[in-house]
Design a protein around this ligand. Structure first.
Ligand code: G6P
Length: 268
């Protein structure tokens, strides 16, 4: 986890994106070159914009480090990360927090900027992905399966594309909605039904999936990725900016009805 002065919090998605746009400062990449970037599907889309701007291959993979490993083995990946804070490069086939902290220090030294200044410059250039994750732990597995089934049926009906979802004065138009399906570009293996994605026209996203690591019952994870490129809103309070999309996500999933939970167990 990267924290600047006065506990300035950097989301894992932003950390990945800032690393991606400054790899030229790290000697390893000057020698080896930059092969590709990847993030897990629920991770906010900040790195996508960097990949596009610098012309590097980009991969969106299901949750689980093994998907990055496959790309690394094939020399397709230089930098990867997940919303759950794992970050790494291809020097080792695992998450490496020490490497990530050292990479940040190298960038801070070269740019002569604080963590906060680096983030503000980044948001001004690329826009900002405000992000939060709601976890509902130890829910009834059958109720959650029903919720996921109903949500998938609703959002994957062809008429759903173009739907406008609103809360108070903010509206989002559905650009694409699916249950994420991944075909590994190296070995062709398929990972189907990896989580429901609602992608909006402005680049914002709602992701809903069941955890694969919960120990009892089912854990529902709802990921909110609210993209903002209006300069006046870049420094807004994250909880205020995220509030409309959070409310939309709670409505669309009907999570309170299905799980009986008034609030998540954990908010990250
Ligand atoms: O969201 P879950 O299915 O519980 O998975 C949470 C985490 O599990 C493992 O640690 C994986 O290596 C991570 O990639 C993943 O983020």
């Amino acid at each position: 986890m990267i924290l600047g002065k006065n506990a300035f919090f950097v989301t894992p998605s932003d950390s990945l994106a800032v690393l991606g746009s400054h790899l030229r400062h790290i000697p390893y990449f000057r020698i080896e070159g930059v092969k590709g970037f990847a993030r897990s599907m629920p991770t906010a889309g900040a790195i996508d914009r960097v990949a596009n701007a610098v012309g590097v291959d980009f991969y969106e993979v299901p949750t689980g480090w093994k998907y990055f490993g496959s790309l690394m083995d094939a020399s397709r990946l230089s930098l990867c990360g997940e919303e759950s804070f794992g970050t790494g490069s291809d020097h080792i086939r695992e998450k490496d927090g020490i490497w990530a902290a050292l990479a940040w220090l190298q960038i801070i030294a070269c740019e002569k900027k604080s963590v906060e200044e680096l983030l503000i410059s980044h948001w001004k250039r690329f826009g900002r992905n405000f992000f939060t994750r709601y976890d509902y732990e130890n829910c009834n597995a059958d109720d959650c399966a029903r919720m996921m089934h109903k949500l998938e049926q609703t959002v994957t009906s062809p008429a759903y594309v173009g739907t406008q979802l609103s809360h108070k004065n903010k509206s989002y138009v559905v650009k694409l909605a699916d249950n994420f399906h991944y075909e590994d570009p190296v070995d062709g293996s398929i990972a189907a039904r990896q989580g429901i994605r609602l992608l909006f026209e402005d680049g914002s996203r709602i992701i809903v999936r069941l955890s694969g690591t919960g120990s009892s019952g089912a854990t529902v994870r709802i990921y909110i990725d609210s993209y903002e490129k209006d300069e006046n809103l870049l420094l807004g309070d994250a909880q205020v900016v995220l509030s409309p999309l959070i409310n939309i996500a709670l409505d669309v999933t009907e999570i309170k009805i299905h799980t009986g939970r008034e609030a998540p167990t954990v908010i990250t």
